[in-house]
Design a protein around this ligand. Structure first.
Ligand code: GSH
Length: 207
């Protein structure tokens, strides 16, 4: 059976949400980063970076939230949550996934690192407004991509929307504004999907 290693309110939620969208059976293993469980030898054997999420599918061990989501969508194509490889739609799907991970998310991660992740002596407070500005710029590009459409790709929900909406949810939780009503509506539309609620419940309940 598929196994996912994660913790609530982390990037692992993306994977649990995708599993729920695909209606797959899986085991959920809590890795409590706050208790240092990411640095335990058993977990480091799965992912030497000590980071979640990790997916185990028989002999396959995968990290990186977007790669895991796309792997699952490709392997279980029934719900068409990831466009077929080699199509224009897949090109656009990959474009938006990479954009979310490298442009939209990075300023939020920079802010997190300089607020509480890095050791105190490595944190630089002056980077925070720069990162907030960078996030606004990336959010503006996302809003442009969504102008006149409900979803990023293929006029239907795909896992690129899941990744983008999860990142907007993260920004809201961190109180990083983007000043776009269109993005507020989009986040609301995607996060009101029942699979997201199920994912949060599953994470709260453990295995
Ligand atoms: N690019 C990776 C980032 C994974 C990541 O940084 N996960 C955080 C939790 S959201 C983590 O495990 N941090 C623990 C650490 O850095 O030691 C992904 O998208 O999966």
């Amino acid at each position: 059976m598929l196994k996912v290693y994660g913790m609530p309110r982390s990037r692992a939620t993306r994977v649990v949400w995708a599993l729920e969208e695909l209606a797959l059976e899986y085991r959920y293993h809590l890795v409590d980063l706050l208790k240092g469980e990411g640095q335990q030898p058993e977990f480091l054997a799965l992912n030497s970076s000590g980071k979640i999420p990790v997916l185990v599918d028989d002999g396959l061990v995968l990290s990186e939230s977007a790669a895991i989501c796309t792997y699952l969508g490709d392997k279980y194509p029934q719900r068409e949550l990831v466009p077929k490889p080699g199509t224009a739609e897949r090109g656009h799907y990959d474009q938006w996934c990479y954009f979310v991970l490298t442009e939209l998310e990075q300023p939020l991660w920079t802010m997190a690192k300089h607020k509480f992740v890095f050791p105190k002596e490595k944190r630089r407070e002056e980077i925070l407004p720069v990162a907030a500005w960078e996030f606004q710029r990336a959010a503006g590009l996302l809003a442009q991509g969504l102008a006149g459409q409900d979803y990023l790709v293929a006029e239907r929900f795909t896992l690129a929307d899941l990744l983008a909406a999860h990142t907007l949810i993260w920004a809201r939780a961190f109180k990083v504004p983007h000043s776009s009503q269109l993005l507020d509506d989009y986040e609301q539309r995607i996060s009101s999907r029942p699979a997201y609620e199920r994912a949060k419940q599953r994470e709260a309940g453990g295995d």
